[in-house]
Ligand binder design. Structure first.
Ligand SMILES: [Zn+2]
Length: 309
């Protein structure tokens, strides 16, 4: 398939453990869409986590081609430019700098753009897709990609009940490279999980407000689980598609190569947890901590607190 002139980028915003990988995988069933994973963390020399196909990125049939195309497009200075972009414009606290640049010049910093937009274009070229899904979640990255004249841009903001997110964040996860988990993570307290959710939700909402009218589709995690086909069709319409599902060999090949994100990418057919799984697992005290802390945002999103009775 010929690479399109100006590839589309579908960016996924949301908090950690809110179903962003699931959303990306549903989106990838729409014709011409490839779920690349979390592109923000992909480094020029590869990534410690394996591809969804199980191979190291530098040995995967798709990603080794992407890495070659990326370094060809970015030139010899890619590694240095990548480090520069990460240090100057890669973190949440650099939002003001990223916005200032975009407002002054109407586009991301050229050096940042050379690194990150070239990667998106390399993925589109090698995967033969015209929309790439980046589930990086970072709002600062969304704001910059949205300003690039070298891409078409759309976003999905995935929201999930903070009690479900908290339940997931409170668990320890052991490293298991073969299963797609590169690094271990320690579970956090209920208070910390609630603060993280609130902050991520507030930042994503704020970023969505700056992306322009019609750029962002809000999608509930619970809808992704309960009505995946409706969710997929809504995403297709958001991209200007009729919602046709692709099930030919090319798309199956692409779907096996999600580069980074949670371990669901390694087993796309594994059933996901139930939406209200937290009800049986989250202790009363922890639930109350989360409900108190996230009360206002929960009400706005239609999640009902159980309360303290
Ligand atoms: Zn692969």
């Amino acid at each position: 398939m010929a690479s399109p002139e100006k590839p589309g980028l579908l960016y996924i915003l949301g908090s950690a453990r809110s179903g962003t990988t699931l959303c990306a995988m549903l989106a990838s069933r729409v014709r011409g869409v490839f779920a690349a994973g979390e592109l923000a963390g992909l480094q020029p020399d590869g990534d410690p986590a394996p591809c969804g196909c199980g191979a190291k990125l530098t040995q995967c049939a798709l990603w080794s081609g992407v890495m070659d195309a990326w370094s060809r497009a970015s030139g010899k200075s890619l590694a240095a430019d990548y480090r520069w972009a990460d240090a100057r414009l890669g973190r949440q606290r650099q939002i003001p700098r990223a916005i200032m640049h975009a407002q002054l010049w109407g586009r991301p910093h050229p050096r940042w753009e050379r690194v990150h937009v070239s990667l998106v274009r390399a993925v589109a070229e090698v995967a033969g897709a015209d929309w790439i899904v980046d589930s990086s979640k970072s709002p600062v990255r969304a704001l910059q990609l949205a300003r690039s004249q070298r891409l078409r841009f759309k976003a999905v903001h995935v929201v999930r009940d903070p009690r479900g997110v908290g339940c997931s964040l409170m668990k320890d996860v052991a490293a298991d490279p073969a299963a797609g988990v590169a690094r271990p993570t320690d579970g956090v307290s209920a208070g910390r999980a609630a603060r993280d959710w609130k902050r991520a939700h507030a930042l994503a909402t704020w970023a969505a407000g700056r992306l322009g009218a019609g750029a962002t589709l809000r999608m509930r995690y619970e809808t992704l689980l309960r009505r995946p086909n409706d969710a997929m069709r809504a995403i297709a319409r958001h991209l200007g598609r009729d919602g046709a599902v692709e099930d030919d060999e090319t798309s199956a090949w692409r779907r096996a190569h999600v580069a980074s994100g949670n371990r669901m990418r390694m087993h796309p057919s594994t059933p996901v947890f139930q939406e209200d799984e937290w009800k049986g697992r989250l202790g009363r005290d922890d639930r109350i901590v989360i409900e108190r802390s996230c009360k206002r945002a929960m009400q706005r999103l239609g999640y009902r607190p159980v309360g303290e009775g």
